[in-house]
Design a protein around this ligand. Structure first.
Ligand code: NAD
Length: 289
C-alpha cells in the first residue's frame, strides 16, 4: 500500500506539537473574560496575536499589557463587514499572514459597545423582543460567518495556504439549558431575572452547524474548522446558583476562566492536525448524563 502523504518517519515531537511559533492568530471578543485567556495562551505558545474587540480601548490595553511586540489590539465589530475586513488587513499588514481565527465574540450583558439591557436580554420567551434576538444572531452567528469569510480568503491566498478556525459554542448549543438551575436564584440585575435566553442557546447551536459546513467546504484547502464548547465559568455568581449548578455537574464545580486554554491550544495547533468538523466539549461532564 502506498504511503499516505504526511506519514512522517520523524513526527513532530511532543510538546512541540502544541507550539505556534511563526503563526498569527486573530481572536474576536479578545478583551473579554475568556478571550483574554486565549490571547495569553496563544502568546505563550509562541504565536503573534491580534486582539479584536468592539471594546477597542480594552483590546489595545490588553495588547499593551501582554506583549507590545507580538500582540496588536484593535477595535473590531464582527457584525460590520468593513470592520472585519479592515481588522484582517491590519493583521496581515502587521504580521504578514493569518493562520488562526478564534471566533469567540458573543453578545452578553457584560461586553459590547452598547450596553444591552438585562431586562431585554433575559426577558421571558413569550415576550422576547425580536430586535434582541436579531442582535444575538448578528453577533453570535453572522459575525462568525463574516470573520470566517475574511480569514478564509486570506488563508487561501497565502503561501503556504491553509489555517485553523475555532468557533466558540456553549453547552447550551449542545443541550437545552436546564432551567432548574435558576430556581430560587437571586438575580444580579435589579430589573431582570437570570437565565439562559433563547437567543443565546439557539445561536450557539447554529455555530455547530456553521462549523461542520466550513470544515467540509474547506477540507481540501488545508483549512481546519472545529468548535470548542465551554461551560459555565464562575464569575461571582449567587450562592444558590452555584449550589444548583454544582449539584447538576459531574465534576461538582463551575469552571475557572483558565480551564479552556488547553483545549484551545490543542485545536489551533498541529496536535489536532487530523481533526476537523468536530466539537470539543469541555464541560465538567455536564452533557454526560
Ligand atoms: N463565560 C462562560 O461561562 C461561557 C460559557 C460557555 C461559552 N462561553 C462563550 O465564550 C465566549 C466568550 O465569553 P466570555 O464569558 O468571555 O464573554 P465576555 O462578555 O466577557 O466577552 C465577550 C467579548 O465579546 C465582545 N463583543 C461583543 N460584541 C462584539 C462585536 N460585535 N464585535 C466584536 N466583539 C464583540 C465584548 O466586548 C467582550 O469583550 C462567548 O462566545 C461565550 O458564548 C462563555
Amino acid at each position: 500500500m502506498a504511503e499516505q502523504p504526511g506519514s512522517a518517519l520523524n513526527p513532530v515531537p511532543f510538546p512541540d506539537l502544541f507550539r505556534l511559533d511563526g503563526r498569527v492568530a486573530l481572536v474576536t471578543g479578545g478583551a473579554g473574560l475568556l478571550g483574554r485567556r486565549y490571547c495569553e495562551a496563544l502568546l505563550q505558545a509562541g504565536a503573534r496575536v491580534v486582539i479584536g474587540d468592539v471594546d477597542g480601548a480594552g483590546a489595545e490595553a490588553l495588547a499593551a499589557e501582554l506583549d507590545t511586540e507580538r500582540a496588536l489590539g484593535l477595535k473590531l465589530d464582527v457584525t460590520n463587514e468593513a470592520s472585519v475586513n479592515g481588522a484582517t488587513q491590519r493583521a496581515v499588514q502587521r504580521f504578514k499572514r493569518l493562520d488562526i481565527l478564534v471566533n469567540n465574540a458573543a453578545l452578553t450583558v457584560r461586553g459590547g459597545s452598547e450596553r444591552l439591557s438585562p431586562a431585554d436580554y433575559f426577558a421571558p420567551f413569550e415576550s422576547y423582543k425580536r430586535d434582541v434576538w436579531q442582535r444575538a444572531v448578528d453577533v453570535n452567528l453572522t459575525g462568525m460567518l463574516l470573520c470566517a469569510q475574511a480569514a478564509g480568503r486570506q488563508m487561501l491566498l497565502q503561501d503556504p495556504p491553509g489555517g485553523v478556525m475555532v468557533n466558540i459554542s456553549s453547552t447550551y448549543g449542545v443541550v437545552a439549558p436546564d432551567q432548574r438551575v435558576y430556581d430560587g436564584v437571586r438575580s444580579p440585575y435589579a430589573d431582570a431575572t437570570f437565565n439562559t435566553p433563547v437567543s443565546y442557546a439557539v445561536t450557539k447551536t447554529a455555530v455547530l452547524g456553521l462549523t461542520r459546513y466550513l470544515a467540509t467546504y474547506w477540507g481540501k484547502n488545508n483549512i481546519r474548522v472545529n468548535a470548542l464548547t465551554p461551560h459555565g465559568v464562575y464569575d461571582n455568581h449567587d450562592d444558590a446558583f452555584v449550589r444548583n449548578f454544582v449539584y447538576r455537574s459531574p465534576l461538582g464545580r463551575m469552571a475557572r476562566n483558565d480551564e479552556y486554554r488547553g483545549a484551545l491550544l490543542f485545536l489551533v495547533s498541529d496536535a489536532s492536525s487530523y481533526m476537523t468538523g468536530a466539537n470539543l466539549i469541555v464541560d465538567g461532564g455536564w452533557t454526560a448524563w
